[in-house]
Design a protein around this ligand. Structure first.
Ligand code: UD1
Ligand code: CA
Length: 452
């Protein structure tokens, strides 16, 4: 049996008061439509169709190859929106799973149950409902004396008695395709000038056909986003869901309420996350790490056994057993190899620090390749920018940089060389050589061997 999802994403989202199309507003770092698309895909058998309209181009661009897009122009309501998918789907699918794109918390499981419900329903469609104290402006589900669904009434058109009904229309339906295409043509325009998909309920009932309701237990799944207040509610609920999944998978989150982990982030077992930590984008954290308090990581990969305290990291790579912070900043292209120690008030950009290298205090390292077991003295600065170009600094293994060394790039320091405190290095330094002063000059050859 062919099941195709149709996701409605053409509405303007007026109540968001935004230039960004509603469905591209992120929830835990991922545009809300992505969640619905994935869940609907899981519950269906064909590539989903997304109805776009308002802000069509950015939405189409975001979706790329993950969906087939059809355009609804002008946007005349949810029934009219589904109609736009007819020409591409007629005769090509048995069931049509219609889902609104503003429900990021909807689970694939629930949509699968909806599809299963319709498979055994002799009537033309099934829909999801939920009972809630706060109706949130949702359409009310009207049931007849025998409990059968009779109609869905939008809040604006509801009577006093209908407004008091607590069973709500969630915005997910599974239709028998052939019946759907016929019914869509019969929907009458509402007082608001729109064609409501919800009117298909009354059409079925008038024809003596049964509409099956599947009631969801978990209210959270049904959070529909119309305003930024709803967006914050969805964000909080999604954050809880994400944190819970990490905890159940073996991550300690000391204070989930102040821990922000975006949807794509991965974390290894026995890692401990302290409060006020924000893990964003495609960040990956290994096992047995201690992260935070007060740490931000974006698109950063951290190995196993790292301790990172009060640091900000963007686009960085941190290998195993690295210690960072407090108050450290890793920018794009920072690469800390195994066992690096980076202490307080350091900044690293586009640079590699070799295994075991130590940078304890107050340094800026940019556009540098630094070897293994280098000691970067307090206050060391790579003067990498001459006003026009970014220039490279290369430092060999076992180098010892005295406090307050200025490395005027481009410059190379040979293995095991040393600089005196306050040296301003403007010329390359040979291996095993001590340089001092301003500008730095070689004063002696060192017989040092590399540490075993
Ligand atoms: C809709 C339902 C309501 C339900 C609620 C659940 C209708 C008429 N009402 O109301 O019963 O309780 O969702 O959240 O269906 N869209 C289009 N084209 C349009 C209009 C809307 O694609 O012309 C899309 C929107 O992008 C959105 C979805 O359809 O994803 C629902 O539209 P929205 O305006 O949010 O409907 P609600 O007023 O929330
Ligand atoms: Ca809505």
């Amino acid at each position: 049996m062919k099941i195709t999802a149709v996701i409605l994403a053409a509405g303007q989202g007026t109540r968001m008061k935004s230039t960004l199309p509603k469905v591209l507003h992120p929830v835990c770092g991922v545009p809300m439509i992505e969640y619905v698309l994935r869940a609907a895909w899981e519950a269906s058998s064909e590539v989903p169709v997304v109805v776009i309209g308002h802000g069509a181009e950015p939405v189409r661009e975001f979706l790329g190859e993950t969906a087939r897009c059809v355009v609804q122009e002008p946007q005349l309501g949810t029934g009219h929106a589904v109609q736009q998918a007819e020409s591409s789907l007629r005769g090509k699918t048995d069931l049509v799973l219609v889902v609104y794109s503003d429900m990021p918390l909807m689970r694939a499981e629930s949509l699968k149950r909806l599809v299963e419900t319709q498979k055994t329903n002799p009537g033309p469609f099934s829909l999801l409902t939920v009972k809630a104290e706060d109706p949130r402006g949702f359409g009310r589900v009207i049931r007849g004396p025998g409990g059968d669904v009779q109609a869905i009434v939008e809040e604006a058109a509801a009577t006093e008695a209908q407004l008091a009904i607590h069973e709500l229309n969630v915005g997910a339906y599974c239709f028998s395709a052939e019946w759907l295409w016929e019914a869509l043509g019969k929907i009458k325009v509402s007082s608001k000038g729109e064609y409501y998909l919800t009117d298909t309920v009354a059409l079925a009932v008038e024809a003596g056909l049964r509409v099956q309701a599947l009631e969801l237990e978990d209210l959270v799944e049904t959070i529909g986003i119309n305003t930024r207040v709803h967006l914050a509610e969805a964000e909080a609920a999604m954050r809880q869901r994400i944190n819970r999944a990490h905890m159940l998978a073996g991550v300690t989150i000391v204070d989930p309420a102040s821990t922000y982990i975006e949807a794509e982030v991965r974390i290894g077992r026995d890692t401990v996350i302290w409060p006020n930590t924000y893990l964003r984008g495609e960040t990956v954290i290994g096992e047995d790490c201690v992260i935070g308090p007060n740490t931000i990581a974006e698109d950063t990969s951290v190995g196993n056994g790292c301790e990172i305290l009060a640091a900000v990291m963007e686009g960085a790579v941190v290998e195993d057993n690295v210690g960072i912070g407090p108050f450290a900043r890793l920018r794009k292209g920072a690469h800390l190899c195994q066992g690096v120690h980076m202490g307080n008030f350091g900044e690293i950009k586009d640079s590699t620090l070799g295994p075991g290298t130590k940078m304890g205090h107050f340094s800026y390292i940019g556009n540098a390749a630094i070897g293994a077991e280098v000691n970067i003295g307090a206050g060391t600065i790579t003067c990498n920018y001459d006003g026009v170009h970014k220039n490279k600094t290369e430092i060999g293994e076992g180098v010892f940089l005295g406090s307050d060394t200025m490395l005027v790039a481009p410059v190379k320091l040979g293995a095991r060389s040393r600089t005196g405190a306050g040296a301003v290095v403007t010329k390359d330094v040979e291996a095993d050589t001590l340089v001092v002063g301003v500008p730095a000059r070689a004063i002696k050859k060192l017989g040092l061997k590399v540490k075993e």
